[in-house]
Design a protein around this ligand. Structure first.
Ligand SMILES: C[C@](O)(C(=O)O)[C@H](CC(=O)O)C(=O)O
Ligand SMILES: [Mg+2]
Length: 299
């Protein structure tokens, strides 16, 4: 009822414990707070909060237009809806290293379990677009040092994302990732890896957890959970997938209204009212106070 019962510090502690176990943790992207509940209900290990989804949700391209306030606000709304740890996309940290420090503290306050900061130049763009540019190593390391020094909860996961693979190749990505770990990154998000061998090379080169981004229609092939586990990946995200699926379904449903004049043929594809009520726990509110809510739904 209402919100998550697990305090943020406890979510982070449990997340660190699971990450240390070496198992592959699956983090689908929640495109809103309600979908975070669904992800938890299905038994996933965590929730990813995507910058691309937040931008798209606002009708914006993913080119660094969103602000820390917007990202932290949406992150808080999503994180507090689930007992699962949430990892959030903090883009380039929203400015200079001092801004990065403030970003991390703000995300801690929002109840987030970890964040990734990337080494693109400002303004950044989606990691799967052409024409990306990355900052020099010194600037990238400063961002991560600032992030690691700023956190107050040592269990808040600082993940360094490097976009250098698409610009300078795999060897440069491995060198950059090693330097980012030395600067204090707890985990590495190697962006736009092309194939499994590249993930394996990253795995061999690093002692910290690595993340695989299984975003569709991008530069990486799409691998299964089993393939990624075998390659030694520790966290996998499907950042935009649920939004793509929901928007695809919405698009088709609008066509159906135009073509058929009603949505009867789509009922089987819809989340039933009973399932929605179950997900938001109407029953819990009913128990809390019969005067506030005393409604039953039957199929
Ligand atoms: C992971 C990512 O940073 C995101 O914002 O979700 C994007 C995803 C995408 O645009 O498909 C990315 O840059 O990979
Ligand atoms: Mg992003």
């Amino acid at each position: 009822m209402l919100y998550s019962q697990t305090p943020a510090a406890e979510k982070r502690r449990l997340f660190r414990e699971r990450l240390a176990s070496g198992e592959l943790l699956r983090f689908p992207g929640a495109f809103n707070p309600l979908s975070a509940r669904l992800i938890e209900r299905k038994g996933f290990e965590g929730v990813y909060i995507s910058g691309a989804v937040l931008a798209a949700d606002l009708g914006l391209p993913d080119i660094g237009l969103t602000t820390l306030t917007e990202v932290a606000g949406r992150g808080q709304q999503i994180a507090r809806m689930t007992e699962l740890p949430a990892i959030i996309d903090a883009d380039t940290g929203f400015g200079e290293p001092m801004n990065v420090a403030r970003t991390i503290q703000t995300l801690e306050d929002a109840g987030i379990a970890g964040a990734h900061i990337e080494d693109q130049v400002n303004p950044k763009r989606c990691g799967h677009l052409d024409g990306k540019q990355v900052v020099d190593e010194g600037t990238a390391l400063k961002r991560i040092r600032a992030a690691a020094d700023a956190r107050r909860d040592p269990n808040f996961l600082i993940m360094a994302r490097t976009d250098i693979r698409a610009v300078e190749g795999l060897d440069a990505a491995i060198d950059r990732a090693k330097a980012l770990v030395d600067a204090g990154a707890d985990a590495i998000f190697p962006e736009a890896m092309r194939d499994l061998a590249e993930f394996e090379a990253m795995r061999t080169a690093l002692d910290v957890p690595i993340l695989a981004n299984m975003t569709e229609f991008g530069k990486s092939d799409l691998f299964s959970v089993d393939q990624l586990r075998d390659a030694g990946v520790n966290i996998v995200i499907w950042p935009v997938s649920l939004l793509r699926i929901a928007m695809g379904a919405a698009d088709r449903a609008l066509d159906t209204i135009i073509d058929e004049g009603h949505l009867t043929s789509k009922l089987g594809e819809m989340q039933h009212r009973a399932d929605l009520y179950d997900l938001v726990d109407y029953e819990g509110y009913n128990h809390f106070d019969q005067d506030v809510f005393n409604f039953e739904i039957t199929r």
